[in-house]
Design a protein. Structure first.
Length: 276
């Protein structure tokens, strides 16, 4: 799996927190309330956990509902898990597991009540997502498992003010999103639709909501990183001249103080079929 730095994850966390659809977070928490017992905390398995941003996004809702949960953070990057441990060193409700994320069979779903992912499924392949759905369904023999998946890139980017090269730059970026990131050919903007199809085919009920980043002048550092990311991908792929790309980059950075950008994402929840 393509790695991400702690700095990048910290840089995007505020935008992620604002973007997440709050109703789907609450829906996932209500699911935990409904299946929790008095003698055991519900168990949440967070795939591609990074430093624990999903934990932090759920905490405020869990606290409001007076509900606690145990988290099992799964990642293949030891530095990210080490940072997660550091941030939760006083908590006894967080465990970390270093696992090859590309192999579902190596991940334990025992006693899990909710699987979560954040900004992960657009990186994985259709085969990975199919294996995940089938594993969740198969592991639901003792306790049914729901799935919450947030911040999956949907292929849209809207810049204000516009530039003549915006559409081409987005097309190049979206093509690059489909390259193999360690799981096989990535789903990219098709991740949320694939999620819906795979889980719905197994009898799950699917709810979705838009969760775009809405970036303005106060998000200067994150937007700058995005601009550079788009430009570097375009330079690598060579579908535009270097001068065109650098002109686009310069224009975008010159507009940071008064412009805006919206990057589209989708959040989804899959609730399992009721046991008869």
């Amino acid at each position: 799996m393509t790695g991400f730095s702690i700095d990048w994850l910290d840089l995007r966390e505020s935008a992620d927190l604002q973007a997440r659809d709050k109703s789907l977070v609450k829906l996932a928490v209500r699911w935990l309330e409904n299946i929790s017992s008095s003698d055991q905390l519900p168990l949440i398995l967070d795939l591609g956990s990074g430093t624990g941003s999903t934990v932090r996004s759920f905490d405020r809702v869990l606290d409001a509902e007076s509900l606690s949960a145990h988290w099992r953070l799964i990642d293949n990057d030891p530095s990210l898990l080490s940072e997660a441990k550091r941030r939760y060193e006083t908590s006894n409700r967080i465990e970390t597991c270093l696992v090859d994320l590309s192999n579902i069979q190596k991940i334990s779903f025992q006693n899990v009540n909710l699987v979560t992912t954040s900004a992960l499924l657009d990186l994985v392949s259709a085969n990975f997502l199919r294996d995940l759905a089938q594993t969740v369904k198969a592991e639901s023999h003792e306790t049914t498992i729901a799935v919450y998946s947030a911040l999956n890139y949907d292929g849209t980017a809207k810049w204000n003010p516009q530039h003549p090269l915006d559409e081409k730059m987005l097309s190049i970026f979206n093509e690059d999103q489909l390259r193999d990131k360690g799981f096989g050919p990535a789903l990219g903007p098709g991740a949320s639709e694939c999620f819906k199809d795979e889980f719905k085919a197994l009898g799950f009920t699917i709810m979705t909501a838009n969760s775009p980043w809405k970036l303005g002048p106060n998000d200067h550092e994150l937007t700058t990183s995005l601009i550079d990311g788009f430009a570097e991908v375009a330079l690598q792929r060579g579908e535009c001249s270097n001068s065109e790309i650098e002109n686009w980059r310069s224009y975008r950075k010159n507009e940071l103080s008064k412009g805006s950008c919206q990057i589209g994402h989708t959040d989804s929840v899959a609730l399992p079929p009721k046991k008869i």
